[in-house]
Design a protein around this ligand. Structure first.
Ligand code: IPD
Length: 278
C-alpha cells in the first residue's frame, strides 16, 4: 500500500465537505422527500443521497484506489467492509431526523481510516457554521481554533448526552430508558440531541462531558472518533473495553475516570455488528 498523504486527504475532504455544506444549508429550509429505512424513525431524504454521491464522486476522483463505506450506499445494498486499505467512512447527513424537522443540530461527517485507524476527520454543521477537524497527531479544531475536552472526572458534575436512536426494538427502547433513569439522579444533566457525530464533537469542545449510544453505525463514529480523541477525550466500548468501530456501541468521555464510572452504570445492549472487518 502506498503511503497516504494525510494533509492532501484532509484538504480534499475539507473542500468537498464545504461544498456539501452549501447543499445541506439550502435544503434544510425546504420541504423534504422522506423515505424510511430500518424503522419508521430511521429516515433518508434526497439530500442524504445527493450529498453522499457528491462526496464519493469527488473523493474517488482524487483517490481512485481508496475504498468507501457510505451510509446510504450500505442502505442501498453495498457491503460495509473495513480493511487495511484507506477507507472513507461517510455519513452525508448525521441527524437526518433533525434535518427533516429543520432543527439545526445536523452535520456532514467524513472520516478516513487507514489500517483500521483513524487518520482524518471532518465534521461540518453548515447551519450553525461549525467545522470540526482533525488529522491524527495534530490535535482537534473548531473553525480553525484548537479545542479540548473538559477533563471532568466527577459524575455529579457531568453533563451527559444520551441518545434515543432509530431502533424501536423493545429491548433497545428499554435499554435507553433504563439508562436515563439510572443516570438522572447521579449526573448533573442529561440531553438527547439527535446526532451521534455532533455529540462526540461537543465532548471534544468541552461543552459536554460524556456521550454514549447503542445501535449507531461506523459512519456515525468514524470522524467524531478522531475529533474527540485528538481533543484529549476517551472513546471506549459501552462496557469500558476497547472501542470497536463495527460493534455499534460507543462511550465517549472527557476523562478515563468518567468513562469508567459511566460504563459501570450502563445497562448493556448488543445490536447486530456492522458488516465485516478484514
Ligand atoms: C443517527 C444519529 C442519531 C442516532 C442514530 C443515528 P443518521 O444518524 O446519529 O443521533 O441516535 O442512531 O442513526 O441516521 O441521522 O445519519
Amino acid at each position: 500500500m502506498s503511503e497516504v498523504d494525510a494533509q492532501k486527504c484532509f484538504d480534499v475532504a475539507l473542500d468537498l465537505v464545504k461544498q456539501a455544506g452549501k447543499v445541506v444549508r439550502e435544503a434544510i429550509k425546504k420541504k423534504k422527500n422522506i423515505e424510511t429505512k430500518s424503522s419508521a424513525v430511521d429516515l433518508v431524504t434526497e439530500s442524504d443521497k445527493a450529498v453522499e454521491k457528491m462526496l464519493i464522486s469527488g473523493l474517488s476522483e482524487a483517490f481512485p484506489d481508496h475504498q468507501f463505506i457510505g451510509e446510504e450506499s450500505v442502505s442501498a445494498g453495498e457491503k460495509c467492509v473495513l480493511t487495511d486499505q484507506p477507507t472513507w467512512i461517510i455519513d452525508p447527513i448525521d441527524g437526518t431526523m433533525n434535518f427533516v424537522h429543520s432543527f439545526p443540530y445536523t452535520c456532514i461527517s467524513v472520516g478516513l481510516w487507514v489500517k483500521k485507524e483513524a487518520l482524518v476527520g471532518v465534521v461540518y454543521n453548515p447551519v450553525l457554521e461549525q467545522m470540526f477537524t482533525a488529522i491524527k497527531g495534530q490535535g482537534a479544531f473548531l473553525n480553525g481554533e484548537k479545542i479540548s475536552v473538559s477533563g471532568e472526572t466527577d459524575l455529579g458534575q457531568a453533563l451527559v448526552f444520551s441518545e434515543i436512536g432509530t431502533s424501536l426494538d423493545p429491548e433497545k427502547v428499554n435499554t435507553v430508558l433504563t439508562n436515563i433513569t439510572t443516570l438522572m439522579p447521579k449526573v448533573h444533566g442529561i440531553r438527547a440531541m439527535g446526532s451521534c457525530t455532533l455529540n462526540m464533537c461537543h465532548v471534544a469542545m468541552g461543552g459536554v462531558d460524556v456521550c454514549f449510544e447503542f445501535g449507531i453505525h461506523a459512519w456515525d463514529l468514524a470522524a467524531g472518533y478522531l475529533v474527540v480523541t485528538e481533543a484529549g477525550g476517551v472513546v471506549v466500548d459501552t462496557e469500558g473495553g476497547p472501542f470497536d468501530i463495527m460493534r455499534r456501541r460507543v462511550l465517549c468521555a472527557s476523562s478515563q475516570e468518567l468513562a469508567e464510572k459511566i460504563s459501570k452504570l450502563l445497562k448493556q445492549y448488543q445490536p447486530e455488528r456492522d458488516g465485516v472487518t478484514k
